[in-house]
Design a protein around this ligand. Structure first.
Ligand SMILES: [Mg+2]
Length: 275
């Protein structure tokens, strides 16, 4: 076991001794559309099959990794063309850039934890946020060439998982535990934002989970009794984070409010069908 200094040194987001860190999903959370769903629906095997895979995954009938690999295998367009297609079509949440500037000014590092592929995420962030995007740490899956091919030819690429032995492909809890296991005097308060099945491995690991209104992650959190608060866009997240960082409310109070909003039907998910 390394010393505390060594543990912290392995974590770039700890360099500025932050009191708060914001971990976030990328697709459908920072972006308005899920880029992998978008590719699958439009240039892969289509929405119907993709949605059936999502639901099978939520019902524990197939692992996220296997259903996601199926989706990506159905997209055969050269990789550089896939990236361009996404850069041309995917839009950012209109308030994310404002949140991100606030995070930079208030020493709240943002760490992107994604089940998507790092080259796609970095290209989209650079287009959508500009040069400051490089200040965000991005951890996702990778892309590789199929045997005898290059990624930029038809049928030439495949997804390569960060944690191939995990049913999550990229088990987000692995990275989160590096922070949650830090000694109390250095451990930052951990936020997480997500929307869907790729966030199930992260849902239990942070202090306050923001789950996107009307999306799959809420159903899961309600079923598994994971505390969460609901967001519609990043202006909600910014408002809540500001209040917490400024000491006007606590993470616990925010989670309690979120649960009550869900119970009253304000989360956009029917309580009876989520169970
Ligand atoms: Mg997502």
């Amino acid at each position: 076991m390394g010393s505390i200094q060594n543990d912290v040194a392995d974590l770039p987001a700890m360099k500025s001794n932050p009191k708060f860190i914001f971990f976030t999903d990328f697709d459908g959370t920072i972006t308005l559309q899920d880029s992998n769903d978008f590719m699958t629906d439009n240039i892969g095997y289509g929405k119907e099959k993709r949605r059936a895979g999502n639901l099978a995954c939520l019902a524990d009938e197939i692992s996220f990794r296997d259903s996601f690999r199926d989706m990506m295998d159905s997209v055969t367009r050269p990789y550089d063309q896939c990236i361009q297609y996404l850069v041309d079509n995917i839009k950012l949440d209109p308030y994310f850039a404002e949140f991100f500037q606030w995070s930079l000014q208030n020493n709240v590092p943002v760490v992107v934890l994604s089940s998507g592929m790092e080259p796609v995420i970095k290209a989209l962030l650079e287009k959508l946020v500009g040069p400051d995007a490089s200040k965000m740490q991005v951890l996702g899956n990778y892309v590789g060439a199929r045997e005898g091919k290059s990624i930029n030819e038809e049928g030439g690429w495949e997804i390569q998982f960060k944690h191939p032995d995990s049913g999550f492909g990229h088990d987000k809890s692995v990275e989160l535990r590096k922070y949650s296991s830090l000694p109390a005097h250095v451990r930052p308060t951990m936020f997480y934002a997500g929307d869907g099945v790729s966030d199930l491995s992260a849902a239990r690991e942070t202090d306050l989970l923001f789950a996107k209104k009307g999306h799959d992650l809420i159903s899961y959190c309600a079923r598994e009794d994971v505390p969460f608060t609901v967001f519609s866009d990043w202006s909600n997240i910014l408002e809540k984070c500001k209040a917490i960082v400024e000491g006007k409310t606590t993470v616990k109070a925010a989670a309690k409010e979120g649960y009550e909003a869900y119970k009253s039907g304000a989360a956009g998910v029917n309580v009876a069908t989520a169970k």
